[in-house]
Design a protein around this ligand. Structure first.
Ligand code: PAF
Length: 289
């Protein structure tokens, strides 16, 4: 595995590969890699001839009161983990490469269809920051495909929406969430949890799964289910931002007759904000009989 920081070097490598007909995958990350990231790499390697993993802690997706400065930067450990994986290039661009015009004056990408809801309400500007950096990484690397975790479901849809809307030639592959044995979705921010908070944290997934089970059993009183779930999270000491039942394709509220749902939740546990989601995919035959 080669580590590359300079954009022209990266572009030469990718041009050579593409000249030989290789399919190139990108796995965009902010580093501090865990098994969830490594699953994204495995999936990329299964679908492509060449795999590039980018590590860049993107300032524009952090709010002024968020953890940009404190975000764990563990490049040496990340490099060692990736060296054991089918990765060709670790791409670590500097801020001057990603934001040549600076972050205040630089071009921004916005996806209004998915702003104004769910995580965007608590994190204004976050998804614009994500869309902007992902668009830049796609333009730098020129991948044929890119993998993203389904844990960040709203982010996955933002990226899909941007790619469709800006006619980008990259296939977006969503990869299942990797969980600890007790159900907690892996996240770089889990490292902020105290032992007591870590014990409580899997309740978020448990509560979302309870709702998913009731939807699968035919319940459609969405507001009551969401309200009850938030109460259950408060009971264990979490401060829920939202628990919401949405349509998986566009995150709009479900309509009568809908059969597929995604149940999303975000909650604070001390200073740590956890997110998770559970899909309910029934198909019309099961749910409408
Ligand atoms: O999911 C992440 O780690 C980040 O939001 C991403 C997609 C790498 C953009 O900075």
């Amino acid at each position: 595995m080669e580590r590359i920081t300079a954009l022209d070097t990266l572009r030469r490598r990718v041009a050579d590969w593409k000249g030989s007909g290789d399919v190139v995958a990108l796995v965009p990350t902010m580093g501090n890699l865990h098994h969830g990231h490594l699953r994204l790499v495995e999936e990329a390697a299964a679908l492509a001839d060449r795999v590039i993993v980018s590590v860049f802690v993107n300032p524009t997706q952090f709010g002024p009161d968020e953890d940009f400065a404190a975000y764990p930067r563990t490049l040496e450990a990340d490099r060692r983990a990736l060296a054991r994986m089918p990765v060709d290039i670790l791409f670590t661009p500097g801020a001057e490469t990603v934001y040549p015009e600076g972050t205040a004056q630089g071009t921004r990408v916005q996806v209004p269809a998915l702003e104004g809801m769910l995580c965007a309400l608590a994190r204004p500007g976050h998804f614009s920051g994500v869309a902007t950096v992902v668009a830049k990484l796609f333009n730098m690397v020129g991948p044929d495909l890119a993998t993203f975790g389904r844990k960040d479901y709203q982010q996955l849809l933002v990226v899909r929406h941007m790619v469709r809307d800006l006619c980008m030639r990259v296939r977006i592959v969503g990869v299942e969430t990797v969980r600890d044995a007790d159900g907690l979705a892996l996240s770089s921010r889990n490292g902020y949890l105290s032992p007591e908070q870590r014990r409580v944290a899997p309740r978020l997934n448990a509560v979302l799964r309870e709702i998913a089970g009731e939807l699968a059993a035919g319940r459609r009183d969405f507001a009551a289910l969401e309200e009850r779930a938030q109460g259950e999270l408060r009971d264990v000491g979490m401060d829920p931002d939202y628990v919401s039942i949405r349509r998986p394709e566009d995150l709009q509220r479900p309509m009568s007759g809908d059969c597929d749902f995604v149940v999303l939740g975000a909650a604070r546990l001390g200073p740590t904000r956890l997110i998770d989601n559970v899909a309910v995919e029934q198909g019309t035959d099961t749910c409408r009989t």
